[in-house]
Write a protein that binds this ligand. Sequence first.
Ligand code: NDP
Ligand code: 2IT
Length: 447
Amino acid sequence: MFKSAYLNDLMDRVIKRNANEPEFHQAVREVLESLEPVLEKHPEYVESGVVERLVEPERIIKFRVPWVNDEGKVVINRGFRIQFNSAIGPYKGGLRFHPSVYEGIIKFLGFEQTFKNSLTGLPIGGGKGGSDFDPHGKSDAEVMRFCQSFMTELYKYIGKDEDVPAGDIGVGGREIGYLYGQYKRITGLYEGVLTGKGLTYGGSLARKEATGFGLCYFTDAMLKDAGQSFKGKRVVISGSGNVAIYANQKATELGGKVIAMSDSNGFVVDEDGIDLNAVKLIKEVRRGRIKEYVETHPKAVYTEGCSGIWNVKCDIALPCATQNEINEASAKALVANGVTAVAEGANMPSTPEAVAVFKAAKVLFAPAKASNAGGVATSALEMTQNSERLSWTFEEVDAKLKTIMENIYMNASKTAKEYGLDGDLVAGANIAGFLKVADAMYAQGLV
Ligand code: NDP
Ligand code: 2IT
């Protein structure tokens, strides 16, 4: 329940209009809660329909993706691209290939992306896409045929100044390569229409590392502000994909000891510190399972089931797998074990109940929109390099990423203070992200 009748009514309409899409309702409710004090100060955003327009995507594209598997059987998947908001730049956001993908997941991700992209300070609007295709266990040839079919439809709606997709769960360098090849073949254009590209064909150095590194730069800034640091801290990271791997690398460089990682089957604990090269070999090279880690590290322990990772005693938790992976019980277990900071690498990994537990226990809490914005920020830097037809060094991109993450922390923290909500980075990030988009929408009139 909101104090404002307007927000109660708007939330009811969002639920009716987007029936059976609980993740989208969850994401919208959290933002509207943060905006309540802002709208009291700025009635013009209500009167001009800015808030109502923000919760309605500009465009939803939904399409059939037919392809043939290695047995010669026809398979039909469903593809999506939701172009959520273009007030401050071309639509920008990843593609997710995972069997759980449906319209509600892409909508929640596109909605959050709009605020996240605003926080980066760079000119990018919000969008997201994907498919219920599952790349696990598929051959390279199958993944290629799927990607080619997906792009044969998607190319009509994207372009370097229009909509620029990238990776997300299940979409990494291999998939981006196949998608880019097909876009170029159909359109004849060699342009920065995708980010996360390979380094030989327009990709940016440090993009692969950017989300995980950025998460740790943000966390480090938050810890420093509280007189703490990564040094000597026990760190637990869920997932073992792109974000988790490079979060591990940077957390370790900053002096932390990562003792646990997971995948959707289970988690591994290594009290000596997770050997990241072994994880990279299993996940990036062999596309294997995290349980294979114990084959080469007999002192490590593997446990089936992924939520058990939150019972592992740690100082810093970095959820980097998927939405709603930390529920109330997991949050209570973390707090009981003395966690001092939780920073979200995944999108919306903590349920609202979990966030309330962290807040009540005064745990430093970094919300995804702010703390995982380093990936998309570096994608925007890739777009800049593509436009000027130059490539920057790793150090140059990494230094820019670090500055961007520190600025996002300062902006979220300062905005929270301005609204009398000192330390509430959820509210700070939502409000700061909103204000730039709302201002641009207001200035551009009713479109
Ligand atoms: P990857 O596909 O590289 O890795 C995902 C990891 O999370 C894998 O270990 C996977 O395990 C695990 N996982 C995925 N779905 C589930 C699930 N339903 N339950 C349990 N574990 C699961 O994806 P990314 O690392 O790119 O993305 C991870 C998160 O970070 C997502 O929330 C994404 O939206 C977010 N993110 C990604 C960015 C990027 O630049 N890539 C930028 C900002 C946010 P398994 O292999 O078993 O499926
Ligand atoms: O959630 C995200 O910010 C991403 N998956 C990255 C998007 C991008 O365009 O780099």
